[in-house]
Design a protein around this ligand. Structure first.
Ligand SMILES: N[C@@H](CCC(=O)N[C@@H](CS)C(=O)NCC(=O)O)C(=O)O
Length: 269
């Protein structure tokens, strides 16, 4: 962790900010979004050329996984500084990097952002994945909250006591199959379009697909009655950036095993 700690002070120079501002300006000036082979609009890909964010979390899924997915889907390379011990967390707390003493924390564009929603929102806005206007943004936010509610149950599953696991899994299956998946299936059916909002890729498509994979790992037949969700998963998985992220060796994290859970418990509890 020592060498990791030495890179905590990532400096964004005036030059890099200027360059980035220029790229964003260029993106804004480039007019109506054009689709590209990556599935992202031209604005979305131009913005992806900015400096590398640094992710601070432990080496597991937890609350950082949705952030990893979103960055990867936007074609943004990032660095990860893994917390390995409680001391690593304390060091970040003591140097004032964690506003609420909690991770995840992402260094991006000269900011140290905490709070998963805020981080996701910033990335989505920056890379043009948050809808074309206020109304689309509101719908994306509403759909995202639903994904977050189910995701919270799913991401906490490895960390709950053994004797509660069976009950929690039953709850996840019930809520996925009877509440959340039917709601998103209905949206896709209602407009017949490729993506959930505005017929273009947004952060909620990526977040939902991340969740679909995760739920299927726990409940392999969860998607049986949801053909449109399956099609969305295939569509998003085939976007070149996502395809790359789904390959072995990417920063995508596996389901937490016992060792990973033990490490996370030591760091955070
Ligand atoms: N609302 C926060 C919750 C963050 C959170 O609970 N982080 C956990 C690790 S996943 C943590 O830092 N726990 C230690 C603590 O709360 O003191 C977010 O979404 O980022």
């Amino acid at each position: 962790m020592r060498e990791v700690h030495s890179t905590y002070n990532v400096k964004i120079t005036r030059d890099s900010i200027t360059e980035e501002a220029q790229q964003q300006l260029k993106a804004e000036e480039s007019g109506p979004a054009q689709r590209t082979s990556t599935g992202l609009s031209e604005n979305q890909t131009i913005a992806g050329m900015a400096g590398k964010p640094v992710l601070h979390y432990f080496d597991g899924r937890g609350r950082m996984e949705s952030i990893r997915w979103l960055l990867a889907a936007a074609g943004v390379e990032f660095e990860e500084k893994f917390l390995k011990t409680r001391d690593d967390l304390e060091r970040l707390r003591n140097d004032g990097s964690l506003m609420f003493q909690q991770a995840p924390m992402v260094e991006i564009d000269g900011m140290k952002l905490v709070q998963t929603r805020a981080i996701l929102n910033y990335i989505a806005t920056k890379y043009n994945l948050s809808g074309k206007d206020m109304k689309e943004r509101a719908i994306i936010d509403m759909y995202t909250e639903g994904v977050m509610d189910l995701d919270e149950m799913v991401l906490c599953h490895p960390y709950i006591p053994k004797e509660e696991k069976e009950g929690n899994l039953a709850k996840i299956k019930d809520k996925a199959r009877n509440r959340y998946f039917p709601a998103y299936e209905k949206v896709l059916k209602s407009h017949g379009q490729d993506y959930l909002v505005g017929n273009r890729l947004s952060s909620v498509d990526i977040y939902l697909v991340k969740l679909l994979y995760h739920v299927e790992e726990l409940d392999p037949s969860a998607l049986t009655n949801f053909p449109l969700l399956k099609a969305l998963r295939t569509r998003v998985s085939n976007l070149p950036n996502v395809k790359k992220f789904l390959q072995p060796g990417s920063p995508r994290k596996p389901l937490e095993d016992e060792k990973c859970v033990e490490t996370a418990m030591k760091i955070f509890h």
